[in-house]
Design a protein around this ligand. Structure first.
Ligand code: PLP
Ligand code: ZN
Length: 436
């Protein structure tokens, strides 16, 4: 099928045919959505669920092309229905694990807590789901250069997917000294033109918009609605992983607000297609140092707040002017959602606590977990609610932060010890009380 999707402006409602070069409304400059006529396939909710279950079961045994094992392209009719299969650039990605966090849940007074570990993607963050869609789209639309501003993970994903396409150049604009070395080295290793700028993420975002307006370069930040289409699959996988049960809550860290928007949009589409029958509630969580979306929520969204984002260990969400604010506001309203904000101590302790339970999630994921714990304490989330926390990246992208926490004085710090090389010293150390 083709001709199923159009762009629609969230601000003025204008519609445009899909075109690779369009990343904002041609009439008013507003944010675009992709709207697809998914009912045109004529399948029932049951038929879709069967199709996706068959694909997942066949993914390891019968797959011949990478995208057939992808957790994004498993749902390809609902991602970019007009994209030819031959255009797909897939590693593959998605199909990440959903962990039942029993002991961690007990500690935080949840009886049914799950963690969807997006750090298990090829470049160790959920951004791969958006980039498989974005780079496939760029290639099919004839672009040979793609660009993004990044807090670290978008650039790693962009670089890695562009590296799969012969002749494609990736350009990444990074706020100098505000992303981790691990993330920076990913962009370098995958061969991206990597430019560290003396500004913050919001400054990089403005400049990449100017760059892509001045040159035939496709903007692949989540402002581009194609990225959102790939990231919708997180919510869909969660529902399928749970045996087609819809959780009571999905809790997501929020930076530029593309991901919470994507999860919401996908689930709204599935409600419309009859694939699910109930709405989950959405919770977006920010770090107090960079919480404009939370501040806006506190005002009943009467005003779109922006601020200068302060320093936070959750550096992937250090953003003061979330580009997807209008999309995210729509989903928070539709899903009867809430927005929370957590302190540095709360997010770092939640990060360390999840790690302590063997879950290698990052500080940004710690923001979501800390937010879930706070909402639980406040009685907004009930003990028996089925809760899924989306862990957005892998702990080892933040190895420096992890090491600093354990060498510093955090509540769960587990510092290494140096000893003389003797058995006596080892035995004495093991017999001493922990933390002594
Ligand atoms: C990008 C990112 C986020 C935030 O996602 P947005 O779509 O910008 O809200 C959260 N965590 C990590 C690890 C990220 O890389
Ligand atoms: Zn418009």
């Amino acid at each position: 099928m083709s001709g199923l999707s159009t762009f629609r402006c969230l601000a003025c409602g204008a519609s445009f045919p899909l075109a690779g070069s369009l990343t904002a409304c041609a009439a008013c400059g507003g944010l675009l959505d992709i709207v697809s006529e998914l009912r045109a396939f004529g399948r029932t909710g049951d038929a879709w669920r069967d199709l996706f279950d068959r694909r997942r079961a066949a993914a390891s045994s019968e797959a011949t092309r990478p995208f057939e094992t992808s957790g994004v392209w498993r749902f390809r009719e609902h991602v970019l229905p007009d994209l030819p299969e031959s255009g797909i650039v897939s590693k593959p990605e998605g199909a990440t694990r959903l962990y039942a966090a029993g002991a961690l849940g007990d500690e935080l007074a949840f009886s049914r807590l799950f963690v969807k570990h997006e750090g298990e993607n090829p470049t160790l963050s959920f951004k791969d789901r958006g980039m498989t869609a974005g780079v496939s789209w760029a290639r099919t639309s004839g672009f040979s250069t793609v660009a993004c501003a990044s807090t670290g993970d978008t650039s790693a994903a962009l670089a890695a997917y562009a590296a799969e396409v012969p002749g494609m150049r990736a350009v990444v604009l990074l706020p100098d000294a505000k992303i981790t070395d691990e993330q920076l080295s990913q962009a370098l290793a995958y061969g991206a033109s990597t430019l560290g700028l003396d500004t913050d993420f919001d400054g990089c975002m403005r400049l990449v918009a100017e760059l892509t307006a001045a040159r035939p370069v496709l903007l692949l930040n989540s402002k581009n609605p194609v990225r959102i289409e790939g990231q919708k699959t997180i919510g869909w996988e969660i529902v399928q992983d749970l045996g087609w049960r819809v959780p009571d809550w999905i809790v997501v860290p929020v930076g530029n607000a593309g991901n919470v928007s994507a999860i919401g949009k996908g689930l709204r589409e599935w409600l419309d297609l009859g694939i699910i029958a109930k709405k989950p509630r959405l919770a977006g969580v920010q770090a107090a140092a960079a919480d404009p979306f939370y501040q806006s929520y506190r005002k009943g969204f009467s005003e779109r707040v922006t601020r200068v984002a302060g320093e936070t260990a959750a550096s992937a969400i250090r953003i003061g002017a979330p580009v997807s604010h209008p999309r995210a506001e729509r989903e928070i309203r539709f899903f009867d959602g809430v927005v929370e904000s957590v302190t540095e101590v709360e997010l770092l302790d939640a990060f360390a606590l999840a790690n302590r339970h063997g879950l290698a999630i990052c500080p940004n994921s710690g923001v979501a977990l800390a937010g879930a714990a706070k909402l639980r304490r406040e009685g907004v989330i009930q003990k028996d609610d089925l809760v899924v926390v989306v862990a957005t990246a892998h702990a080892l992208k933040f190895a420096g932060t992890m090491s600093a926490y354990h060498r510093g004085g955090g509540r769960l710090a587990n510092p290494p010890r140096r000893l003389p090389a003797t058995l006596d010293a080892i035995l004495a150390a093991l017999d001493a009380p922990r933390g002594a």
